[in-house]
Design a protein around this ligand. Sequence first.
Ligand code: SAH
Length: 336
Amino acid sequence: MNIEKLSDILQDQPKFRFKQVEKALYSDFITNWQDLSVLPKDLREKLNNECPLDIEAKIFDGQNRGKKALITLEDGQEIETVLIRQKHDDTLRYTVCLSTQIGCPLACVFCATGKMGFTRNLESSEIIEQVIFWARYLKERDEKIDNIVYMGMGEPFLNYSQFIKSVKFLNDVETFNIGARRLSVSTAGITEGIKKLAGEKIQVNLAISLHAADDDLRRDLMPVAKKYRIHEILKEVDRYILKTNRRVMFEYLMIKEVNDSDKDAEKLVKLMKKPLYMVNLIPYNSTGRFQPSSEKRIDKFKEILENEGVAVTVRKSYGAEIGAACGQLKGSSKKK
Ligand code: SAH
């Protein structure tokens, strides 16, 4: 599917046609132009020929509330996107996790995507295609997407223009109409991106992948930390908070005997004891090199932060069995 072609095909059509098409694509989630019976037959045929709506994808089922899809793009490249189902006070909530790049240039040592190197940025239409794919899937089951997180493959802020274009599109009342509060982006701490986001009219939720409380350890884990020191990232976050008055989530992986000691927790307290800061501890999904911290260790780490008044939660992890949990999106399923 390539929705970029639409504007060319529809350029001679009256304006209301565009609205009909947008509603059909982004609200009714049709999969064949023949289903859009308000369009003249010859236009439907033209659209089916020149802008087919099929999305080529394979779904990998997790037993545990996670589903991964591998979508093949026009140039044959494949991207991964994940659907997560969570129970929330007796109702089911669906979160879609989006990729913004094919591979990732950051090469974080704990992350599977980081090992595959970087191929190219995704177009905003390719980011949106991932949402359309799951929206269609859920519609067949009388369900819909509740939340969207930009936490799949790639670094969103190194593809800022296409990332923000996709955000605006998803947020647009004429298209998907997904509220900004239901959209979240995670960055490894690209300060230019944090700054740009603070200046946008739409404010999505911001998460920062911190993973270490001092620069030495952070540099060992995330090569990008050589360029962005923790105090610079926090300075930019503080400006963001001053401007937006929004909460910011700091993601902290719990890796056994790497960053999970009492001392690490105490260092983290010093950085995180600020209003509107919150810490999300993430149980590490093993990708080979490291081991996850024990549940007991995570509890103790959390307790140290809590006792010092830091807002802290522990993330539930889904999809590990299909290699679809955070940082495991590597396309290993292709080999199956
Ligand atoms: N590049 C962005 C977004 C993609 S990664 C970022 O760095 O934030 C999304 C989250 O998954 C990040 O917090 C990342 O550090 C985390 N992650 C990476 N590998 C992981 C793993 N093996 N287990 C759990 N989380 C992981």
